[in-house]
Ligand binder design. Structure first.
Ligand code: NAD
Ligand code: DAU
Length: 336
């Protein structure tokens, strides 16, 4: 049995990971440490509740005493660090909490893991650490780090710190860098769920700039399967890019969502651009494909329809979210 500390497991990707992995494996004992920020939601983990191999602890990864206590109490030998402040626009409104959680929090986890002789530490990172691409080219693991937003700078800092533990102490770190995820349980501040919910409510769809920025989309289950594979078989001290080679402009995605829902393109509204808006992300995932045999299973055209259906069928889930503090954020970000 592997005692694994999974942090941020009540968020979008972490909860999909836990729900999926507990179905697939009976040799993982998961301790989920999550602060339950605005983005953390225990409802996401309903299907894992009651599983004898799953334990939830509400708490902050920056809390040394708590983290130390958990390593001791659960004999933690593995860590997968999903916990983060994850939204670029929020980081532009204020960077403090991003550095607290994403950098200081990762440092607390690394330091404690080292003291407890952890056997593997997987840092869940992002392609945004590479910065922005022009019209051609792909991010490889050798692309230099050049982040542009407070969010991506904090993630890049965490990556550098994690890798320094490998170089300095020989501590067994692995880093994954994935492109934009979509799928069930994603908080509606992010592009795809925001556009789905606004379309359903016949609200305007705010497109930043000219709508031609490109992202490389991956279904969340494909990302999580890749994380599990890197965790099991990846070489320590290595970075693995994860992406499904599904590049789309924002406006293409928005039109597709409107089309799936049978809504009018009149809902589209071009708004002020995001400051420092990265133009294009695109991932070269040949390393994980060739070395570990991973490949994405979900096609964008099919999985986006599944995703839209999920939001239509899970109104209770998102109604509770958008009725609370999210309204204040929406007003600050979009001015209405
Ligand atoms: P999310 O915002 O949906 O979830 C983050 C989770 O972390 C929440 O449950 C939150 O409560 C928890 N958390 C935040 N601060 C914490 C703290 N101080 N202590 C403990 N828990 C805390 O994020 P997500 O989209 O699921 O992203 C998960 C990870 O994957 C992040 O590290 C993110 O950088 C990375 N990532 C995300 C994407 C994407 O497209 N969403 C792509 C690549 C990488
Ligand atoms: O690439 C991986 C990253 O993808 C992750 O590390 C981040 O955690 C995740 O949030 C995501 O970052 P992005 O900034 O790419 O995602 P977001 O959904 O915020 O925006 C996607 C694109 O859509 C981006 O070009 C900005 C644009 N956009 C976004 C919103 C919220 C709009 O045009 N209008 C909007 O209202």
């Amino acid at each position: 049995m592997k005692n694994i500390l999974v942090t941020g497991g009540a968020g979008f990707i972490g909860s999909n990971f836990i729900n999926h992995i507990l179905d697939e494996r009976d040799d993982y004992n998961i301790i989920n440490l999550d602060k339950l920020t605005y983005a953390g939601n225990l409802e996401n983990l309903k299907s894992s509740e009651g599983n004898k191999n799953y334990h939830f602890v509400k708490g902050d990864i920056t809390n040394h005493e708590l983290v130390d206590y958990l390593f001791n109490q659960y004999n933690i030998k593995y860590v997968i660090n999903f916990a983060a402040e994850s939204h670029v626009d929020r980081s532009i409104l204020g960077s403090e909490v991003f550095f607290q959680t994403n950098v200081i929090g990762t440092n607390v986890l690394l330091e404690t893991s080292r003291r407890y002789d952890v056997e593997k530490f997987l840092q869940v990172s992002t392609d945004e650490v590479y910065g922005s691409l022009g019209e051609t080219g792909l991010f490889t693991e050798k692309t230099s780090i050049s982040p542009n937003s407070p969010y991506s700078s904090s993630k890049a800092s965490a990556d550098l710190l994690a890798m320094s533990f490998y170089e300095t102490y020989g501590f067994p770190v692995l880093i994954t860098r994935c492109s934009n995820n979509y799928g069930p349980l994603q908080f509606p501040e992010k592009l795809i769920p925001l556009m789905i919910l606004n379309s359903l409510a016949d609200k305007k769809l705010p497109v930043y700039g000219d709508g031609l920025n490109v992202r490389d989309w991956i279904y969340v289950i494909d990302h999580n399967k890749a994380i599990d594979l890197v965790f099991e078989k990846g070489r320590v001290g290595e970075v693995y890019n994860i992406g499904a080679s599904q590049e789309m402009t924002n406006i293409e995605i928005i039109k597709l969502v409107l089309n799936i829902l049978g809504k009018s393109e009149d809902l589209i509204e071009f708004v002020k651009d995001r400051p420092g808006h990265d133009r294009r992300y695109a991932i070269d995932s040949s390393k994980i494909q060739n070395e570990l045999g991973w490949k994405p299973e979900y096609k964008f055209e099919e999985a986006i329809v599944k995703t839209v259906e999920w939001y239509k069928e899970n109104k209770n889930w998102w109604e509770r979210i958008i009725s609370g503090a999210y309204q204040d954020y929406y007003k600050t970000q979009y001015g209405k």
